[in-house]
Design a protein around this ligand. Structure first.
Ligand SMILES: [Ca+2]
Ligand SMILES: [Ca+2]
Ligand SMILES: [Ca+2]
Ligand SMILES: [Ca+2]
Length: 433
């Protein structure tokens, strides 16, 4: 009986989608006041290609799954709002399952916005992409989803089937100029989703110009996978800005994270947090993110309403590469608790506690320790949408840079995510809040 009702709902919703996808004109997004509201009910499964149009506003009233072979297209200028539901089983989230795709391609001035209807941190779950790329464990259920309440026929596992298996080139589609706001709802007991959750996502996926704004858990969490990303922004996320686990092996260049000192954070907030897995096992592939041109900022005191931890914490048997980056405003700079082969070169690091820039180790001499007011950035704790985080002199542009041989990376004449002068990817346009 339950199943019959469910199929009925899906049919109605599919009909709505089909109608909506024909509404688009060439006149650009409609006036906000005239947008029609389309409500997508809990446990909707999108099984064939659908377009969410910028002439509508979409309300997710629960979990919505995209199932292979469907592609969900969300047009530039479209806003999707997740409904708050105190029952974690009913928390709203958009979940793109293995083999399915999302195409959410906004523009510099007209992003795709996924937000909470109530405008509060944790007001909805967030965006989840699941793929078939390698992990360091057998197929895994995505954290935060309770498989026992997922509708039958929906696969909430991710990864390519275990060590040595999987499709590193797998594609989950494209996210470009997408902002996810107020995510991180509890989605089952003691389990939060993140703004962006990537489980086993492959490098056939395109990720660039993504902002996570004030989520209740991590901004970007990568569970295994090989996906690359450029131009990421984490704004005042509750836990970690960039969290890596379960054998993630991708590349990320140009990423900024900031903290709002008027808020409180989790018990373990780090700019970057990187584990091989929760127990520090030697399961392969080892987690090894290759990170370049990060600007990780905390606060001048190293605290907000509670204490922050490390600008970067590499631990539990992880490997890592971090180059050409600027990290400051946390009690500890780079906390290295793994002895695995790693690369840490040409970074400039500050810590609010004396002599904790390179915590428990001596780095290569290309890494520099500096007081926060000697970094030298325009205004290290200033407004991130201004020129504040751009270097004006000193170690960030002292001529000592790591030179990439991998052509995927852009070689820069600066450290951190932002060029020293002029316009840049962060300070203009409307896509960053
Ligand atoms: Ca998390
Ligand atoms: Ca975390
Ligand atoms: Ca973590
Ligand atoms: Ca953490």
């Amino acid at each position: 009986m339950k199943k019959l009702i469910f199929l009925f709902v899906v049919t109605i919703v599919s009909a709505l989608f089909t109608g909506c996808s024909n509404d688009l004109t060439d006149e650009g997004p409609a006036n906000v006041a005239t947008k029609a509201t389309v409500t997508i009910p809990h446990n909707t499964i999108i099984t064939s290609d659908v377009t969410w149009s910028n002439t509508n506003e979409y309300i997710l009233n629960g979990k919505v799954y995209v199932k292979a072979p469907a592609t969900l297209t969300i047009q530039a200028g479209t806003t999707v709002k997740g409904v708050y539901n105190a029952d974690p089983e009913l928390a709203s989230a958009l979940i793109v399952t293995r083999g399915a795709k999302i195409s959410a391609i906004g523009t510099f001035t007209n992003p795709v916005i996924l937000t909470a209807q109530n405008g509060l941190e944790g007001g909805w779950g967030g965006l989840v992409l699941l793929g078939k790329a390698p992990l360091n464990r057998v197929d895994q259920v995505i954290e935060g989803i309770n498989p026992s309440v997922v509708p039958s026929g929906v696969d909430v596992y991710y990864g390519g089937g275990g060590a040595g298996l999987g499709d590193a080139e797998d594609s989950s589609g494209t996210l470009r100029y997408v902002r996810v706001e107020y995510a991180g709802a509890k989605i089952s007991e003691a389990n939060e989703l993140n703004a962006f959750t990537f489980g086993g996502v492959g490098r056939g996926t395109t990720l660039d110009h993504l902002q996570a704004y004030r989520g209740a858990d991590d901004a970007f969490e990568f569970f295994g996978g090989t996906v690359d990303a450029k131009y990421l922004v984490s704004t005042a996320t509750d836990d970690d800005a960039f969290d890596f686990d379960f054998g993630y092996q991708g590349r990320i260049q140009f990423a900024v994270s900031t903290i709002d000192p008027s808020l409180s954070y989790s018990s373990d907030p780090n700019g970057i947090e990187c584990d091989n897995d929760g127990t520090g096992s030697t399961a392969e592939p080892f987690t090894h993110p290759t990170l370049s041109n990060f600007t990780i900022t905390g606060t001048q005191s190293g605290s907000a309403l509670n204490a922050l931890k490390s600008a970067a914490n590499f631990r539990r048997n992880a490997q890592f590469t971090l180059v050409n980056s600027v990290l400051y405003g946390f009690p500890s700079g780079v906390l290295k608790e793994t002895v695995n082969p790693s690369t840490l070169l040409n970074n400039v690091v500050s810590s609010t506690v004396a002599n904790q820039e390179f915590n428990t180790f001596t780095p290569d001499v290309s890494n520099l320790a500096r007081a926060w007011n000697n970094l030298i950035l325009s205004s290290p704790f200033g407004a991130y949408r201004s020129t504040a985080l751009q270097p004006t002199g000193g170690a960030a542009i002292d001529g000592s840079y790591y030179s990439h041989t991998d052509a995927w990376f852009t070689n820069t004449q600066y450290k951190g995510a932002l060029v020293s002068i002029g316009a840049n990817w962060l300070t203009q346009g409307l896509w960053v809040r």
